[in-house]
Design a protein around this ligand. Structure first.
Ligand code: NAD
Ligand code: DAU
Length: 357
């Protein structure tokens, strides 16, 4: 018995693989293209673990997929591989179309032929779990109810449109071909190993480097934040007992405006790593030009996964954000390594045109 994880050198995938091997004996084959967002360093703690094998490759490479499936005969596939950053999707959507849509298509097709040829007992227990996002549901007004699994898809960015397309493909492969799929739609994750292009690690890194903390628009966009370890445990629950063809929303019951998140990071840093001049990191906050098409609010109604699978997040935001900031303080070398080279160009592309508001 073995599972195949895709995108397991990225933020959530690496946390999932590490977490899986702490909780299971079952080996993991980890297929990752090692884009700018995928890092071997994130898997360093598994260097001597014979139950983990990293295969560098693309989910769009059908020949590679066929070889991996026939060689390793996984009992489940968990698909994390994606281009995941909204701002990058605005500057260059093609990679999002290629990986999130075409890549998912090739993965589904490879799985379909592998699954169809399995003996009956293995066919029944095989699972394809697709990891997706709450962004497929679009944007909420302040007074709207939180997203449920039956909300219509109304994606607004090239990223969320590409994820919505992949969710539709997964659904269709179940209804048309009977592929035993499960889909999860999760809110914003935070925690160790997140690439510092996303709000929480970016603000932390900029604060420590004495740089401005860029807040898009008025800072009142709202996200629901979930500690990454809780996302991993939710995926394990869905994989174990989720109903085939169903989707499960995963969230932290923790809606917060961006400006509050940034204030919290500054306050924690003031306490844990005070500035040499004694001033607060809040002084570095700078309001900048908004993200085009910036979704105002996401909120997840996570009652279905609680009712049907007994899952609720374990971490509070107060404890999770403290752990996260401590992790970044203790892993400055990881930050430096993953942000060297091409990342500097990205910062220039994304922030140079955003003059202070
Ligand atoms: P990430 O960008 O940190 O990691 C993505 C990983 O996928 C990287 O290791 C990258 O190398 C790999 N990858 C990219 N293209 C590939 C390809 N063609 N073939 C193989 N590997 C490829 O992303 P993340 O934040 O860890 O997100 C993982 C998944 O969870 C994504 O599907 C994302 O849409 C979803 N998700 C993320 C969040 C979040 O807050 N980060 C929330 C909900 C859902
Ligand atoms: O909701 C789930 C999604 O959460 C995932 O599907 C995505 O993969 C993940 O990247 C995340 O998307 P967001 O766009 O919400 O995350 P990001 O960290 O980029 O931004 C969070 C909020 O902070 C958003 O409202 C934009 C704002 N922001 C972001 C950056 C990078 C800023 O104000 N300044 C910034 O510099």
């Amino acid at each position: 018995m073995l599972i195949l994880v895709t995108g397991g050198a990225g933020f959530i995938g690496a946390n999932f693989v590490i977490d899986w091997l702490e909780n299971h004996d079952e080996p993991v084959i980890n297929l990752d293209k090692l884009t700018y967002a995928g890092n071997r360093d994130s898997l360093a703690s598994l260097a001597n673990n014979s139950k983990h094998q990293l295969v560098v490759g693309d989910i769009g490479d059908r020949a590679l997929l066929d070889t991996l499936l026939s060689q390793h005969r996984p009992r489940a596939i968990i698909n994390f591989a994606a281009e995941s950053h909204v701002d990058r999707s605005i500057h260059g959507p093609i990679d999002f179309i290629n990986t999130n849509i075409l890549g998912t298509f090739h993965l589904l097709e490879a799985c379909r032929s592998y699954w169809q040829a399995l003996p009956a007992a293995k066919k029944d227990t095989f699972r394809f779990l697709h990891v997706s996002t709450d962004e497929v549901y679009g944007s909420l007004e302040a007074s709207d109810a939180a997203f449920t699994e039956s909300n219509p898809f109304q994606p607004n960015s090239p990223y969320s449109a590409s994820k919505a397309a992949s969710d539709h493909l997964v659904r269709a492969w179940h209804h048309t071909y009977g592929l035993p799929v499960l889909t999860t739609n999760c809110s914003n994750n935070y925690g160790p190993l997140q690439f510092p292009e996303k709000l929480i690690p970016l603000v932390t890194a900029n604060a420590l480097a004495g740089k401005p903390l860029p807040i898009y628009g008025d800072g009142m966009n709202v996200r629901d934040w979930l500690y990454v370890g809780d996302h991993c445990s939710a995926i394990r629950r869905v994989l174990a007992d989720g109903k085939l063809g169903e989707t499960y929303n995963i969230g932290g019951w923790n809606e917060q405006p961006n400006i509050d998140i940034v204030h919290m990071i500054c306050d924690l840093l003031d306490e844990m790593r005070p500035r040499v001049d004694g001033a607060s990191y809040r002084q570095q906050i700078t309001f900048v030009k908004d993200r085009p098409g910036h979704d105002r609010r996401y909120a997840i109604d996570a009652r279905k996964i609680e009712r049907e699978l007994g899952w609720r997040p374990a971490e509070t935001f107060a404890s999770g954000i403290r752990k996260t900031i401590s992790w970044y303080l203790e892993h400055q070398e990881w930050v430096e390594r993953v942000t060297s080279g091409a990342y500097r160009q990205w910062i220039d592309t994304n922030y140079s045109e955003r003059t202070s508001a």
